[in-house]
Design a protein around this ligand. Structure first.
Ligand code: FEO
Ligand code: CA
Ligand code: CA
Ligand code: CA
Length: 570
């Protein structure tokens, strides 16, 4: 009689054991191997200025930045790229784009000690080095004899804090985005998570932009406005010290009033055209953006899910006004016209997307126009009664339409609610929702996919979920950023969304964070990052490797393949 084969488990690899997941080098499942690519300070193209430490400002502008975070891979043979899964399958196996593509990568931050070897810059040159280490790199990469490396490219480029950018959407040209000095808009900073659009562009998210501003005025005449307070601006910032040599970042310099409003946006970058000016898409709101995950919704609308990573901040989505192809054909960006919503999670498992428009009388009473509203998106979301969450980080859309979002932790929560069920919430959780009307509706149903604390003491132990990617087969890749249990370094696990099974695929190095996920179309190569390995301290790790006598650890991209050539996560 017929013997039916058993369903192959979604996750078959041998996990990294608890005792192997700490120390100065990464650990990977015995069924996998890794290589290292584009460490901080490498030339963008092989002919560029070689790594030296600390870098010269002019060199750093042509080298890979620091703080590797969100990424997207764009196959060289396909500009029309869909991130969200339906184009990832074995049928794509023979495409050139599996071995050759553009990689867009964020450089979230690098502390002064790591970048400059001192606690504060002492000159404008050193400020420029720090600024050039931040931002985005676009590199062309190719796999040769199994190893991926960057190649010469007319489209390789660095976008950093001093790169010209432009604004579009409802707040473009608004008085709140002009300075008395009349300086043109420059730069992007603290680029944390990311996204890719269905039309083949990269979205980079400006997260903790507030910390790069400070006030030099000795008479303490600068005092924060309501908006400054809501976004966390302060006299000292995070201690980068840029304001001491670059007036643009000095909150107390009246010539540069409003410069701070030019940060906190989602920025669109064309990875296939180095001449394109990066565009800040104001319709997506100004928050501490963490992730801009695109999906095509009902009637071809472009939908973007976004987290605002701060304790008690919110989850947002943007829905374009029309079919994205229609808008593009009419010469409009789908990201310039549409509605921005903020999420309310009701106690009964239902949810509402609350529109942030002037049709709302309370918002119309508070804001003169959409430009003012969007610059102050957080204040608008407060007014409509969004649900304060436990630090929303990445969102990802599974092929069945479920959306997952990491809530990394919240040490300050004192009152639990259904969507944030722990007070305090030391290790974070992952929430899941399903929108009405294929991502374009104003209601949703939600549940808690997983609470990290409940996995304590087991082989599945993890805390502070952050990076997240749902693959087309029902796997969920979870990356962590924060103190792990059982002495583990930060890690990447793979969850089976049907059974809830969790398996540890990779652990990083002491002091780092594992973040950023990009895959080739055949899913046989995955790129992830180690960020701030050893927190920059060479006495704990010099990963990835000493070079030219320099032992400072360097953020880099870890290239993951399966020894049997299989799909990553299987
Ligand atoms: Fe930069 Fe919210 O992680
Ligand atoms: Ca980070
Ligand atoms: Ca993050
Ligand atoms: Ca984080």
């Amino acid at each position: 009689h017929r013997h039916w084969p058993e369903r192959k488990p979604l996750i078959g690899f041998t996990p990294v054991a608890l005792e192997d997941g700490s120390g100065a080098m990464p650990s990977i499942s015995a069924d996998y191997e890794y290589d290292v690519m584009i460490p901080w300070g490498e030339p963008l193209e092989p002919s560029g200025p070689a790594f030296s430490w600390p870098p010269k400002a002019a060199d750093q502008a042509k080298q890979i930045g620091i703080g590797h975070d969100g990424m997207a891979y764009f196959p060289i043979d396909q500009k029309e790229w869909a991130l969200f899964g339906n184009k990832f399958n074995r049928g794509n196996k023979h495409r050139r784009g599996n071995r050759h593509g553009m990689l867009a990568i964020n450089h979230e931050f690098g502390g002064n000690h790591h970048v400059l070897g001192k606690s504060a810059p002492e000159s404008l040159e050193e400020v420029r080095t720090s600024q050039h280490a931040h931002g985005v790199s676009i590199v062309e990469i190719k796999q040769g004899r199994n190893k991926w490396r960057q190649v010469e490219s007319k489209n390789a480029r660095r976008i950093h804090v001093n790169t010209p950018v432009t604004f579009s959407g409802p707040a473009a040209g608004h008085a709140l985005l002009q300075t008395p000095a009349g300086n043109i808009p420059l730069g992007t900073v603290n680029n944390c998570s990311s996204g890719a659009t269905p039309w083949g562009t990269y979205l980079t998210c400006e997260e903790n932009f507030n910390g790069y501003f400070g006030a030099t005025n000795k008479e303490q005449t600068w005092s924060p406005t309501e908006s400054h307070n809501r976004y966390g601006f302060s006299r000292g910032g995070f201690g980068y010290g840029w304001e001491k040599f670059d007036a643009r970042f000095d909150l107390s310099n009246p010539d540069y009033r409003n410069e701070e409003n030019r940060f906190g946006w989602v920025v669109e970058i064309d990875p296939f055209d180095a001449t394109q000016t990066p565009v800040k898409r104001t319709a997506l709101g100004r928050v501490k953006h963490e992730g801009a995950t695109s999906v095509i919704g009902h009637n071809g609308r472009a939908v973007v899910y976004m987290g605002d990573d701060q304790r008690f901040d919110y989850i947002y989505k943007f829905v374009s006004a029309d079919h994205y192809k229609k808008m593009l054909a009419a010469g409009k960006s789908p990201l310039d016209e549409g509605v921005l919503y903020v999420a309310r999670f009701n106690e009964d498992g239902s949810g509402d997307w609350l529109p942030l428009t002037l049709d709302n009388a309370d918002l119309a009473a508070r804001f003169a126009d959409m430009g003012e509203l969007l610059v102050n998106t957080r204040i608008a979301a407060d007014i409509v009664g969004a649900t304060p969450m436990d630090r929303p980080e990445w969102t990802t859309v599974a092929p069945n339409g479920d959306v997952y979002c990491t809530l990394t932790n919240n040490s300050r929560r004192t009152e639990a609610d259904a969507a944030n069920p722990l007070a305090p919430n030391p290790d974070g959780h992952i929430i899941r929702w399903h929108d009405a009307d294929e991502h374009t509706g104003t209601t949703f149903k939600w549940d808690i996919f997983l609470i990290a604390e409940t996995t304590h003491g087991t082989e599945e132990s993890f805390a502070s979920p952050d990076g997240l990617w749902a693959d087309p087969d029902g796997r969920l890749f979870i990356q962590t950023d924060g103190g792990q249990k059982n002495g583990l370094n930060n890690q990447m696990l793979v969850a089976d969304t049907t059974t809830g099974k969790l398996s540890r695929l990779l652990t990083g190095v002491y002091g780092d964070e594992i973040t950023g996920i990009a895959v080739t179309p055949d899913r046989c190569t995955m790129f992830v990052n180690t960020q701030h390995p050893g927190n920059g301290d060479p006495s704990v790790t010099n990963f990835p490797a000493p070079q030219d006598g320099v032992t400072v650890p360097r953020d880099c991209t870890i290239v993951i393949t399966k020894k049997d050539g299989g799909i990553i996560g299987s």
